[in-house]
Design a protein around this ligand. Structure first.
Ligand SMILES: *Cc1c(COP(=O)(O)O)cnc(C)c1O
Length: 421
């Protein structure tokens, strides 16, 4: 039996192994074990013929870092292996990746079908920029699969999906919508930021192009912005060409931080989603909470579909507080282990209302039209101990509701946790 190549070996390795090694089994200069940060705008050649060959793509190599950079290439290779894609293209932010993809594949007179619940910035592209370019945009009710299928069947060029959605954690049936898109020959794009490549691989479900905001779980430490697009090479070559000219390339230092973050993605996410399940269940029992959105809850409307297309339910929960914005304003400052910030997917737990996080780009009227309540809070569960996060939330709720016996101890929490198990 012949020895497997490293890439072949990686295909059978567990995900915790792949996040560490994927894309990095290459010989670095000076035998460095870590991917070097190559801070060079351009790459010089003594041999002019060789320079031409590299420029024409006949020989591997680098010309100018807006086009490609050795550090950024390692990140792209890593994402390729994790999403089991043929090719990947990194961008300076998640939004640059999303707008890059939409501008690559849509032209004046074409039509895109999506849902009303995509990320606020994506929604702005749909509502503001694409119509200005003469692209026909139809946004459907995210819950109404038949309506989405109906709109796709009328004919379109791109179907854009985001699941789970930000911040209401709605679940779209990827296989079913891919089948509808196939019937009209539309390209399917999916934003996989919330799920990460560990919990969901849209390409394996028939999606053509996957986008990620690397700012979130991939980098995992809330200290860098980035975006990545993955898919077949004939599609990625078009996306790469657009990025080369549009110029929203990722800088090598950011690429390095994202590569470093990805190595611990499996460890982080295991802890984060185990805590998320416990916290979501606790929130369901809290009288000050009107409703809880977490796909891991059996009563969640997308639970069965989530089970069929995801390997885990993720680390984002959202919930609506009784009393709206007033309760939000009182509760959030009482939390000890929480950033109150507009980010998610970091090692620290982060709380934020939609109006200053996912939908900061939208007006009150727009949020209302999207069905986003002012009492909606999004939680990005961090890697802290589950018991501490639970106790923190319980003490904050006790203070807000002036409940007696609001001093839940660590031991009491541990007991409560065992009961949940
Ligand atoms: C944050 C986010 C984006 C945008 O990414 P940036 O890196 O902030 O530009 C897109 N989609 C989803 C689902 C996100 O959470």
């Amino acid at each position: 039996m012949s020895k497997k190549t490293k890439a072949e070996q990686n295909l059978v390795a567990g995900v915790g192994t792949r996040v560490v090694w994927a894309g990095e089994q290459v010989q670095h200069p000076y035998n460095a074990t870590q991917t070097p940060i190559v801070l060079s705008a351009a790459y010089g050649y003594h041999d002019i013929d060789q320079w031409y060959d590299v420029a024409l793509g006949k020989e591997p190599g680098f010309i100018y870092s807006r086009m490609s950079n050795p550090t950024v290439s390692v990140l792209e290779d890593k994402l390729c292996e994790l999403e089991r894609a043929e090719s990947a293209v990194a961008f300076s932010t998640g939004m640059a990746a999303i707008s890059g993809v939409l501008h690559t594949f849509l032209s004046c007179g074409q039509r895109v079908v999506s849902t009303r619940d995509s990320y606020g910035g994506t929604n702005k592209i749909f509502e503001e920029f694409l119509p200005r370019m003469g692209v026909d945009v139809t946004l459907c009710d995210t819950h109404d699969t038949e309506a989405i299928e109906y709109q796709i069947a009328k004919g379109c060029d791109v179907v854009y999906l985001e699941t789970p959605t930000n911040p209401t954690l709605k679940i779209l049936d990827i296989r079913r919508l891919v089948a509808a898109a196939r019937r009209v020959g539309a390209l399917v794009v999916a934003d996989n930021t919330f799920a990460t490549p560990l919990n969901q691989n849209p390409l394996a479900l028939g999606v053509d192009v996957v986008v990620h905001s690397a700012t979130k779980f991939l980098s995992g430490h809330g200290d860098v912005l980035g975006g990545v697009v993955c898919g077949a090479e004939h599609l990625m070559s078009q996306v790469r060409h657009y990025r080369e000219i549009n110029g929203a390339s990722l800088d090598p230092f950011s690429a390095y931080l994202i590569i470093r973050g990805i190595k611990t993605l499996a460890l982080r996410l295991r802890q984060q989603q185990a805590s998320a399940q416990v916290i979501a269940e606790y929130l369901c029992s809290e009288p000050l909470v009107e409703s809880v959105n977490y796909p891991g809850l059996p009563q969640h409307p997308g639970h069965v579909i989530a089970r069929s297309q995801m390997q885990g339910f993720g680390a984002i929960i959202s919930f609506v507080l009784v009393g709206g914005m007033e309760t939000v304003t009182r509760l959030l400052p009482l939390l000890n282990y929480a950033h109150r910030a507009g980010n998610l997917g970091a090692v620290e737990t982060i709380y934020g209302p939609a109006r200053t996080t996912s939908h900061v780009e939208n007006t009150l009227e727009e949020r209302q039209a999207l069905g986003i309540s002012e009492g909606l809070v999004r939680v990005s569960v961090g890697i802290e101990e589950t018991v501490d996060l639970l106790a923190d939330l319980q003490q904050a709720f006790a203070l807000v509701s002036n409940r007696q016996g609001n001093t839940t101890t660590h031991t009491e929490c541990l007991t409560a946790l065992k009961a949940v198990d």
